[in-house]
Ligand binder design. Sequence first.
Ligand code: ATP
Ligand code: MG
Length: 377
Amino acid sequence: MGGTFDPVHLGHLHAAQYAREEFGIEKVLFMPAGLPPHKDNICLSDAAHRFNMVALSVKGNRYFGVSDFEILSRDTTYSIDTVKEIKSHMQDGAVLYFIIGADTAPFVKTWKSHTELEQLVTFIVVSRRGNEVKRNILKNCEILNAPVLEISSTEIRARIKEGKSVKYTVTDAAQNYIRDNALYGFYSSLYPKITRHLKTVLSERKFTHTLGVEKEAVRLCQMFGGNEEKARVAALLHDAAKNMPSDEKLAACKKYGIKLDSVLKSQPNLTHQFIGAKIAEDLFGITDSEILNAIKYHTTGRKNMSHLEKIIFVADCTEPYRSDYDGLAEIRAAAKESLDRAILVAIKFSIEYVKAKGQPLHPLSLEALEFTIQEGK
Ligand code: ATP
Ligand code: MG
């Protein structure tokens, strides 16, 4: 069963399952297309993502498998080449079926070497909405009268972009993968909602700072790699609790079960990073641990920070709208080299700053500093 699988959905899996049982097929091999000849004008997700989603979705079904044959090929792959490759691994006389949807069937005649293809495989044509299947649509074909699951990848992509759920249309594993890799604009529907909220809880100065961090985080992703969508969400929400009055902060800590250590007790302001992560979860339904941790440790840092944690930590220090402070130029210079260099310099300066003010340093910052030094960065 070939396709772009952008993403693979229950319609694909159901059709494959039905065909397998109906025709006594030993194994269904899903073949995500690399650069499909008929879809070269559209924007396709990375082949690796499309492959991974299929692999995760068929895992545990011993009758289903996935092949990377087409996605690993450098050039456009034609079905005829793939079919010949598969045939070369099959016993003589074994039947090779090619499962396609009814919307695809009329186009087979336009495929490269379709006459030869029709001799090599038996097509199984599965009905799809608005596509009546004619018995003789292809020379060598079987019509599968399966109950149709009217799901399409196009519709799934559109729903995700609008912030709607795709539960029950893709496997849970694929759903998690889409969230974890922020595919199809997974977070884009949140930006306006978050911004609206921030305007009501942040001072104008903090709001501008937040937009600066967002901008800087995207820039750092472009320099050092990283998922821009996730970085934007984390940046937007990093200071969501910053302007809460102290008593509200303490109440929020109580509500969210955030424990107050001695440093937090003496500096309730520092709780804003922990509360921010909870707000992201609570008000905006964010469950991605990378995003939540990037918010949660953006001020103190911690040992062994993830790439996104580092991006937000550094962006917070170096964002373009910041007015000058001790160390800014040094941190910006270090950030041209690497995130770790920037973190090292930033923590050293914050130690000085905290000492000068006679405040205690949070143990998480010390751990971050020691860890970064130990790693020799
Ligand atoms: P898109 O909307 O991006 O075209 P799609 O849902 O049609 O995606 P493809 O990857 O294009 O998915 O489909 C691979 C193959 O599976 C095609 O032959 C297609 O006709 C068939 N197919 C897709 N969805 C279904 C479905 N719900 N039921 C049966 N067959 C399907
Ligand atoms: Mg399609």
